[in-house]
Structure formats: structure tokens, C-alpha cells
Design a protein around this ligand. Structure first.
Ligand code: ADP
Ligand code: ZN
Ligand code: ZN
Length: 702
């Protein structure tokens, strides 16, 4: 009988799909526990790992195990339930546990810094006064900390110091939603559907109030860093308790402090973006996912998890309800409602009596366009400006123009490292940009192929539309909001603040502008070019298009002025588009889901995408063919392996890319295949010649 000895199973930050066994440190002031960090020797260096499990035996045998060097924590940083979630995520997304753990820890703790760096004395005590403007950005654990505790009979939350401001009276639909979530026993997923302005955030606030009043914590996830200041402001205006904010724009120290405040239970409210889904909570009571349909909840590189899906698993493990909110729920969530797995709640009317905006398609066939805009659209802009109202225009294309072409021979400026055209910018010095790899070069004087000087600028980007608008409406200030105009830290906040204060009359922007920002004086929203969305090659293109239209529409007429939405299209009779405009998002989703069902696409099937890339053109396809051969014998009748094919844009930043799609009728069949298949990929000879990655439940398959 081999002797028992204490083994630490440690997740180390390395791209290897396994744990590593160590003996406890020779000097150990207290017993090691799962969830504590240890410094361990790894290869030739020392790394900080996390103890996942304790064991009494190792397959290596005691004699061959190394001792961990030191134990870094007195208490586990992550509890059993969170460790379990990380193990699940590692298994489900087939991603190395060490990297999954790394995603869950703030940088300073990952680097081995002491967890005492944020003792309660460090938390800023700042109680926002009623109606006061919240500080922007950095001060992110805010408020008084004594607000919890048992409710005094008869005492209101306002008396207790929980509330900083009194809430409005709820309408019947809001009341119903609050009651259903508040009465949910244990784990339950609830989907709150309501257009922008219907009062979803007010429902969140009421639920947060209840959860916090009974001494538990709420985790709120929002899709974009750009949206958190706005939510934070509403939370701070309402609640006089500490709020821990967690997103990637915070400094490392602040991030670690807020994370520890959440873990210790000092912050009753935790507000963050995607990665905040892994924040430890001392007393989890409720999880809220705002804009649950948003693609940014899915991490698109490295550890490719979906924060909404992880949040649901987390709520299940914690035995608490999770509330998903959206004006345009994802098809996955709508499907789950249909299947009876999620409970649907809806807010059919705009709160406070604001009217729904009027939506209209503008047929631009045969129309003369100026800067991408038809005469009826420009006229409408003029009308709204004359009334002293704001106008928002949406175009999903940055730069000045997408194409610089030779009129003599048809040559166009291409990126040298990507299969893509260079986009023309106004910036004269470096006018040509590749939006895929970031390459930039000067605008050529003449054609590179035939030396003709007849170079034409074709198509429109936001810069060009901005220019046209300035010429057309010289008295109006035009503000452009896109990735280029908001590169500087704080630029987006500044631009939005200017827009909110009415400092600009016309806003032109991309996706960024379409999302949840509160712009009460906007009464006209225009969508310049929809057709990319209608005919996008990805199977989610139509869903995204519809979500975008509804989001843009949500920007119009939020306050007491009725709104108008004009959508330019070359396909005014497209059935999905007309369903959306005439009958609304639910009817559109119904029709589009039927198409998905017939095509066996998610949510009617489960997908995984194996991607490979290499400098050598043949290597990715070669690797994927070998991977396919390894998968075929494992795939039952319910699993199909499709491809491999080159990526639609095959070369990007000098690397060739290809992909293999795995489609299964059911999730567990997909997982069974992946479990057996992933270990085999390591053994494929050509695997060393490529960079490969697996994407489970991809949000884009192109
Ligand atoms: P959403 O999150 O769905 O966009 P909000 O919760 O932000 O909606 O509500 C939109 C506006 O209506 C906000 O200004 C909010 O203060 C106000 N509001 C919400 N609920 C009510 C209500 N029951 N009575 C009056 N005003 C409300
Ligand atoms: Zn030419
Ligand atoms: Zn490029």
C-alpha cells in the first residue's frame, strides 16, 4: 500500500490542459486549502498558481514531486463554488485551466501580490448626495459601507441609509417583473424584454434594493465599458452603499481592491463587464445581465467564454436567480423561453409616457445620394434641426471611404499583409489604413499598376458623412463617435457628455453610438446603410441587423418628444426587414427562428469552430484535414464535421487562416465529441506548424 501524503493540485498559468501536482511548501504557516495561491517551481522559473484540489496521492509518486515554494494566502481567494465554475468553464470551452483561472483573478493577485492590499481602510468612503453628479471613471468603490443589516420594522430603505434618492412609482408591468424576480425561489433564469426607455433599469434598481436590504450582493454585468459609467451613475444616485466597479480600463490596483471588496462582501453591488462574471461574492443574491444579446459578452480570443452563459451556470451553482434584460433578446434566450426553461417578463410600454418612435424604410434605389444620404433623409435632418432637436445617424463603417480605385484600370489599394482593401482616411500623411491589421501608408499620387493619376474615392465612411453634414448644415455642430474618434482614454465619455448637454446637434457614429446611451433630445435616428446586415454571410447577420435597428430606434424620442426612425435600404420589400418594421422584433425573431430551425443552426444545434492559422499557406488546411480525419471515427450520427475551408478573408496580418466547423444536434453530443477529440489534436504532426484554437458556441462563424 502506498503511503498517503498531501498533494496540491495546482493550476499554473500555462497553455497546458492539465493541473500540476506539488507537495505542500516545506514551511507552511497554516494548512493549504483549495482557492489559495502558491508559488511553485515551474520549468526553469517560479510561477504563481492556484490550488484547485487537495489529494493524498499523485500519479507521479511522492519522490518525484517538487515542493511548492510558499503559500501566498491565509484564506482561499476563491470559494469551492467558484472553483467549480472555473473547472466547468475549462471543461466546457476546452481551455487550459491555468488560463481560465488567470482570467478570473485581477492582475496584481495573479502576479502574487498580497491579498491584504485592499483592507477596508483602503475603500473610499464617499456617500453621494441626492441628485449629485457622480464622479467619473476612477473612483469606483463608492458610498457608505454600513448600509446593510436587518431591516427595522417600519423603517424604509431610505431611513436605513440604503437609498440616496426616492424611486418613482412603478407601472403595473414593472411591478409584475419585480415581484416575479423577487419571489423566484433558488435558481431561475428570467428574461426581461422591453424596448429602450420601458423602465428595465428601474426594475433592476428595485431588485437590487431588495437584495441589498436583506444583506446579499448583486452582480450586474453590462456589455461595454462605455455603458458602465451611465449605469454606475444611476446606481450611485439611488444607493448610498459601496459599488465595486470592474472593467479593463481600471488601474490594476483599483481593480484588485474592488475585486477584494466584492469578495469580502464589503461592496453589496458589483458592476462590471464580461470578465466580472468571475468576481467572488461573499453573499451572492442575484445576477443581472443587461443587454444580454450583446456580442461583447463573448470573449473573441484566448479563453473564448460567453459571460452570459457562464453567469447562468454560476447562478445555478449558487442557487440564485439570474435576470437577463434586453430590448432585443438573443435567439438563444427566446428559444429557451419557448422551451420553458426561462421565464419571460415584458415591459410593453415606454415608462413615463414616452411614445414609441415611428419607423420607416427609405427606398434609395435610383436615388442620388449625397455623402451616402438621400434627399428625404437630409430633409428630415433639416426639419428636426430647425425644431432645435438632435439627430443621430448611424453608419457601420469607419474612415472616409472604403475604396480608392483607379478609374483607368480598376486597381485598388490593398493591404500588403491582409486580403483586404485599405480604407481611405482624411488624415493626409497616413491616408490609407487597413482596419484588420492596423497597417497605414500614405495616399498614392497615382495608380500603382498603370500610373494613371485618375484615382477615384468610392463609398462612404463616417468621416465622409461628417464632412457632407458639415457642408450641408453649416450652422449645426456635428460630432463623430467611432473607434477612431474615441481612441484617447476618456474621449468617449467626453463626446457623450457633450452630446447629452446638447452641445452638438448632429451625431454620426458606428455601433458605439447605437448602444444604450441616454440622449434625451434626439428625435430623429437615421440608418444610412442597412444592406450589409441583410446580406451578411454569417448566419447571425439578420439577428444582429434587427438588434441594431431596434437599438438605434431606441435612441430616438426617449423623453417627452416623439421620435422618428428612417432606414435607408435598397431592399425595401425584404421579408425579414418588413416583418421587423411592421410587426416588431418578436415577430421578426419568430420568422428568423423558423429559418434557423430549417437550416439546423443554433439554437437548434450546437456548434464548435476549430480555427488554424500559419504563415505557410498550406499548413492550416493540412492540419484541419488531419483534425477532421481524427474526428470522423468519433462522430456519431448526430454530429457533422463541415469543412475545412479557408476563412473568407484568408490572409490577415500576414497569416493564412482556415476553419473546420463541428455541428451537433445537441450540446452534450458536441461535448462528447470534443472531449475525445481535443487530446488527439495535440498529437497531430502538423499541429506544431500552426496556431490553432477551438471556439465553442462561436458568435461568428466567418
Ligand atoms: P430602460 O432601462 O428600459 O431603457 P429606464 O429604466 O432607463 O429604461 O427608464 C427610462 C426612463 O423612464 C428613465 O428616465 C427612468 O427614470 C424613467 N422611468 C422608469 N420607470 C418609471 C416609472 N415607473 N415612472 C416614471 N418614470 C420612470
Ligand atoms: Zn490604374
Ligand atoms: Zn492589413
Amino acid at each position: 500500500m502506498p503511503r498517503d501524503y498531501l498533494v496540491l493540485r495546482v493550476a499554473v498559468p500555462a497553455p497546458l490542459p492539465r493541473w500540476f501536482d506539488y507537495l505542500a511548501p516545506r514551511v507552511c504557516p497554516h494548512p493549504p486549502q483549495p482557492g489559495m495561491r502558491v508559488k511553485v517551481p515551474f520549468g526553469r522559473s517560479e510561477v504563481v498558481g492556484l490550488i484547485m484540489e487537495l489529494a493524498n496521492q499523485s500519479a507521479l509518486g511522492e519522490g518525484r514531486l517538487k515542493h511548492a515554494l510558499s503559500l501566498l494566502d491565509e484564506q482561499p481567494l476563491l470559494d469551492e463554488s467558484l472553483l467549480g465554475l472555473l473547472r466547468w468553464a475549462s471543461a466546457y470551452y476546452h481551455h487550459p485551466i491555468g488560463e481560465v483561472v488567470a482570467a478570473a483573478l485581477p492582475g496584481l493577485l495573479r502576479a502574487g501580490r498580497a491579498a491584504s492590499l485592499a483592507d477596508p481602510g483602503d475603500v473610499q468612503g464617499r456617500a453621494p448626495a441626492k441628485g449629485s453628479a457622480p464622479a467619473k471613471g476612477s473612483a469606483s468603490v463608492a458610498g457608505k459601507s454600513e448600509a446593510k443589516g436587518s431591516r427595522m420594522p417600519g423603517a424604509t430603505a431610505l431611513d436605513q441609509g440604503l437609498l440616496a434618492a426616492a424611486p418613482p412609482a412603478l407601472n403595473a408591468a414593472q411591478q409584475q417583473a419585480v415581484t416575479e424576480v423577487a419571489e423566484a425561489q433558488g435558481f431561475q433564469v428570467l428574461l426581461l424584454q422591453g424596448v429602450t426607455g420601458s423602465g428595465k433599469t428601474e426594475v433592476y434598481l428595485r431588485l437590487i434594493e431588495r437584495v441589498v436590504a436583506r444583506g446579499a450582493q448583486v452582480l450586474v454585468l453590462a456589455p461595454e465599458i462605455g455603458l458602465t459609467p451611465q449605469l454606475l451613475a444611476r446606481f450611485q444616485q439611488r444607493f448610498a452603499v459601496p459599488i465595486a466597479v470592474l472593467h479593463s480600463a481600471l488601474g490594476e490596483r483599483e481593480r484588485a481592491q474592488n475585486w477584494l471588496a466584492a469578495r469580502a462582501g464589503r461592496a453589496p453591488i458589483v458592476l462590471g463587464t464580461r470578465s466580472a462574471v468571475f468576481t467572488p461574492l461573499a453573499r451572492p443574491g442575484l445576477i443581472i445581465i443587461d443587454e444580454e444579446h450583446d456580442a461583447s459578452f463573448k470573449q473573441q480570443d484566448g479563453f473564448r467564454y460567453h459571460a452570459r452563459d457562464v453567469a447562468i451556470l454560476r447562478a445555478q451553482r449558487a442557487g440564485i436567480p439570474v435576470l437577463l434584460g434586453s430590448a432585443t433578446p438573443s435567439f438563444e434566450s427566446l428559444y429557451n423561453v419557448r422551451q420553458g426553461r426561462y421565464r419571460a417578463l415584458s415591459l410593453p410600454e415606454r415608462a413615463g409616457g414616452a411614445a414609441h418612435p415611428e419607423m420607416r424604410l427609405l427606398d434609395v434605389r435610383h436615388q442620388v445620394l449625397q455623402g451616402g444620404m438621400s434627399a428625404p433623409l437630409l430633409d428630415a435632418v433639416g426639419e428636426h434641426l430647425a425644431r432645435g432637436e438632435q439627430v443621430l445617424l448611424f453608419l457601420n463603417r469607419r474612415g472616409f471611404a472604403p475604396l480608392l480605385m483607379c478609374h483607368a484600370c480598376g486597381w485598388s489599394a490593398q493591404c500588403e499583409r491582409c486580403d483586404a482593401r485599405m480604407v481611405l482616411y482624411l488624415d493626409q500623411a497616413r491616408a490609407l489604413h487597413c482596419q484588420h491589421c492596423g497597417a497605414q501608408r500614405a495616399r498614392p499620387e497615382q495608380c500603382a499598376a498603370c500610373q494613371s493619376a485618375e484615382l477615384r474615392v468610392l463609398g462612404y465612411g463616417t468621416e465622409r458623412v461628417e464632412q457632407t453634414l458639415c457642408e450641408h448644415f453649416p450652422a449645426a455642430e456635428v460630432l463623430r463617435i467611432d473607434r477612431d474618434s474615441t481612441r484617447r482614454k476618456g474621449a468617449l465619455d467626453d463626446l457623450l457628455a457633450r452630446a447629452q448637454q446638447g452641445g452638438a446637434q448632429i451625431l454620426i457614429g458606428t455601433q458605439m453610438l447605437a448602444k444604450g446611451h441616454h440622449l434625451p433630445n434626439v428625435t430623429l435616428a437615421g440608418i444610412l446603410n442597412l444592406d450589409q446586415g441583410l446580406f451578411g454571410a454569417d448566419f447571425r447577420a439578420a439577428e444582429r441587423m434587427a438588434q441594431l435597428i431596434v437599438q438605434v430606434a431606441g435612441r430616438a424620442g426617449r423623453a417627452h418628444k416623439p421620435g422618428r426612425v428612417l432606414i435607408q435600404t435598397h431592399h425595401p420589400t425584404h421579408p425579414l426587414l418588413t416583418a421587423l418594421i411592421r410587426d416588431g422584433y418578436a415577430a421578426f425573431a419568430e420568422a428568423a427562428l423558423t429559418e434557423r430551425k430549417h437550416a439546423h443552426l443554433p439554437p437548434y444545434s450546437s456548434l464548435a469552430l476549430l480555427r488554424a492559422e500559419a504563415v505557410n499557406r498550406a499548413a492550416p488546411l493540412e492540419f484541419l484535414r488531419a483534425a477532421q480525419a481524427a474526428a470522423e471515427p468519433l462522430a456519431g450520427a448526430a454530429v457533422q464535421i463541415l469543412g475545412p475551408v479557408s476563412a473568407p478573408m484568408e490572409r490577415r496580418a500576414g497569416r493564412y487562416r482556415a476553419q473546420l466547423l463541428v455541428q451537433a444536434a445537441r450540446r452534450n453530443e458536441l461535448q462528447r465529441l470534443l472531449d475525445a477529440w481535443m487530446p488527439l489534436l495535440e498529437t497531430i504532426k502538423t499541429a506544431r506548424k500552426v496556431r490553432w484554437s477551438l471556439d465553442v458556441d462561436p458568435v461568428e462563424i466567418l
